[in-house]
Design a protein around this ligand. Structure first.
Ligand SMILES: Nc1ncnc2c1ncn2[C@@H]1O[C@H](COP(=O)(O)OP(=O)(O)OP(=O)(O)O)[C@@H](O)[C@H]1O
Ligand SMILES: CC(C)(CO)[C@@H](O)C(=O)NCCC(=O)O
Length: 322
């Protein structure tokens, strides 16, 4: 479903009777649901460009939040200190239903250099069909318990258990995602949903990591930040993306993730109030749990990789209407 990140001041302050209530919105949802908002709530959506908002949100977070960016490898999360004077250029990869790859050169200066239609929607859509899962969380939970080697064809499966050392492929490298399904003489119901989900997650995350790195290489970008609602702080997703970037860059590049990964567009949309003359955008960090923590903390798989639950703070932004 296209996102509808919306931040409203009307709800808080109330629009004077008879006055039109307008709120900022971005993403496809700002178009798709505009009539519904008008009809049911009497609210007009003031549309902001999705890419503008993603970049504004990302730039803001990387500058304002000390522990926003982190690397993730072998179950270890390491925060990266961002030098504000050396932030640009960087690659922002937003993984929603589809994936956008954006080269960011400065505040408001960016180019969407690539993308892929194999993204979060593919994982959820294919996963739902193949496993009969009823929710995304269920599918993600399954992946945690699965073993992709049951379905994926590994280099070792092709080379009689051996590495293919000459071209740098270990026997455990996936040679062909879902490749075993061609020779197994098995039907869908013979596979465990856990294993299907794991293979699917690995295939998609790996592919995104690879395409992102190749695009970063194309533009000589050292840093790649991965964000979007698909990631959801899920250890295995981040690990697979990080391994893909590590593998393809031969260890030269590191994938970085954002703590507030799913809210870039919403944040950027909110920040555009400032652009339109609402000065005094005030930002401060609160010590309350954010919605991010709520779903990261409530479920074992989503536990922050090194138990830093208290590390996560919500960001409280407020605007003073002038
Ligand atoms: N609870 C959830 N329900 C559905 N999808 C979820 C959930 N949590 C994470 N996701 C993932 O997030 C994806 C959607 O992310 P998001 O809402 O950011 O994308 P979008 O705005 O629809 O996509 P795009 O950026 O391509 O327009 C889903 O396809 C799924 O992979
Ligand atoms: C179409 C958008 C930008 C909507 O958010 C997103 O879903 C996306 O980047 N899709 C990938 C499209 C492509 O570049 O192949």
């Amino acid at each position: 479903m296209p996102s509808t990140p919306i931040i409203s001041d009307c709800q808080k302050h109330g629009a004077p009777a008879g006055e039109k209530c307008t709120i900022k919105a971005t993403g496809g949802g700002a178009y798709k649901y505009a009539d519904l908002f008008k009809e049911k709530l009497g609210i007009c959506l003031d549309k902001e460009d999705e890419m503008d908002c993603l970049v504004a949100g990302s730039n803001f977070l990387l500058k304002a939040v000390h522990t926003e960016a982190f690397t993730y490898m072998d179950g270890q999360k390491e925060f990266v200190q961002i030098d504000h004077d050396d932030l640009y250029p960087y690659m922002l990869v937003n993984i929603g239903s589809g994936v956008s790859m954006i080269k960011v050169d400065g505040p408001g200066k960016f180019e969407r250099v690539s993308g892929t239609n194999v993204g979060g929607g593919t994982f959820w859509g294919l996963g739902r069909l193949l496993t009969k899962c009823k929710s995304f969380d269920e599918l993600l939970e399954l992946s945690h318990r699965g073993n992709n080697r049951v379905i994926d064809m590994l280099v070792g499966d092709i080379y009689g258990g051996m590495d293919y050392t000459k071209i740098g492929l270990s026997s455990t490298t996936i040679a062909s995602s879902f490749g075993k399904a061609i020779s197994d003489n098995k039907e869908l119901e013979d596979y465990k949903p856990e294993d299907i989900s794991r293979s699917l997650l690995r295939m998609i995350s790996n592919n995104i990591g690879q395409i992102s790195y190749l695009n970063a290489l194309r533009f000589g970008l050292k840093r790649i930040f991965f964000a979007g609602f698909f990631i959801r702080g899920h250890a295995y997703t981040m690990d697979t993306i990080a391994v893909a970037v590590h593998f393809w860059s031969k260890g030269e590049a590191k994938a970085m993730f954002l703590k507030h990964e799913g809210f870039l567009g919403a944040l950027g949309s909110f920040m555009s109030y400032e652009k339109h003359g609402f000065l005094n955008l005030k930002v401060h960090q609160l010590v309350q749990q954010s919605p991010v923590d709520a779903y990261h903390g409530g479920d074992k798989i989503h536990d922050p990789p090194n138990g830093e639950l208290n590390e996560n703070r919500s960001i409280d932004c407020s605007i003073c209407l002038s």
